[in-house]
Design a protein around this ligand. Structure first.
Ligand code: KIV
Length: 266
């Protein structure tokens, strides 16, 4: 079974690891068979499962329900679960909502933001709850950004993401997710912090990679983002199966073949 110690060891030895989003039991079993290292019950479920155009409508109850479904069906992966939009504004509500997710089977709570999260991160760590902090393009702040745009471009913006990363790690964050930032910035951050960093649209230098499951199976509404690869129709998926796509993703990330140059931003 994958634990935080496993991921820390992977970082030290340079072994790249995988993460996929997952929302239901059957896919969780297939990811178990493919030995996917970590699973994220992402609030992206608001878009790919519920049909909303953002993650904002997702509730704590939704997250608890999907987390429990995954925890029952996957024994290999470290399980990360998102605290949804506005469910961690105050410390008491953040603690109460994290408790629900942990009791549903999460191993790590994922939260979006920067140094403003430090008190919460320390409080949760002291209460036995590790956090993963999502930086860069944080979809819960889509209305602040004015759309889903690359973050951390230019010196000031890059310095801010780097400073946030260092601050949340100093406060006790166990993992970072970096979404849609220039590959060079992701490399700098990965080298600057001593916790594992998971990238999505952040280039090949991060310690791990995450993709939304539907995207990597080619189930994309409109145009696929640049950082996505369709592993289902990839000719190396000789079984032409979903489980084969998960296994190919696992092999490709481990081997450092995915992501390639064309999947990253500068
Ligand atoms: O909710 C989600 O799926 C995520 C990933 C895009 C990292 O946060």
């Amino acid at each position: 079974m994958t634990t935080l110690s496993t991921l820390n060891k992977f970082k030290k030895e340079g072994t790249k690891f995988t993460c996929l989003t997952c929302y239901d039991s059957m896919f969780a079993r297939m990811m178990d068979n493919a030995q996917i290292d970590t699973i994220l019950i992402g609030d992206s479920l608001g878009m790919v499962v519920q049909g909303h155009d953002s993650t904002l409508p997702v509730t704590v109850e939704d997250m608890v329900y999907h987390t429990a479904n995954i925890a029952r069906s996957n024994k290999h992966a470290l399980i990360l679960a998102d605290l949804p939009f506005m469910s961690y504004v105050t410390l008491p509500e953040a603690v109460a909502n994290s408790r629900q997710l942990m009791q549903a089977g999460a191993h790590v709570i994922k939260i979006e933001g920067g140094s403003e999260l430090c008190d919460l991160i320390t409080t949760l760590a002291q209460a036995g709850t590790p956090t993963c902090v999502h930086l860069g393009l944080t979809p819960q702040s889509v209305n602040v950004f004015g759309g889903y745009k690359i973050q951390g471009r230019g010196d000031a913006a890059a310095d801010k993401v780097l400073a946030d990363a260092k601050a949340v790690v100093a406060a006790g964050a166990a993992l970072l997710v970096l979404e849609c930032v220039p590959a060079a910035l992701a490399k700098t951050i990965t080298e600057a912090v001593d916790v594992p960093v998971i990238g999505i649209g952040a280039g090949a230098a991060t310690d791990g990679q995450v993709l939304v499951m539907h995207d990597m199976l080619g189930m994309v509404h409109g145009r696929a983002p640049r950082f996505v690869h369709d592993f289902l129709t990839d000719e190396r998926n000789s079984a032409h199966s979903i489980e084969g796509a998960f296994a190919l993703y696992q092999q490709s990330v481990r081997a450092g073949v995915f992501p390639a140059e064309q999947h990253q931003f500068s």
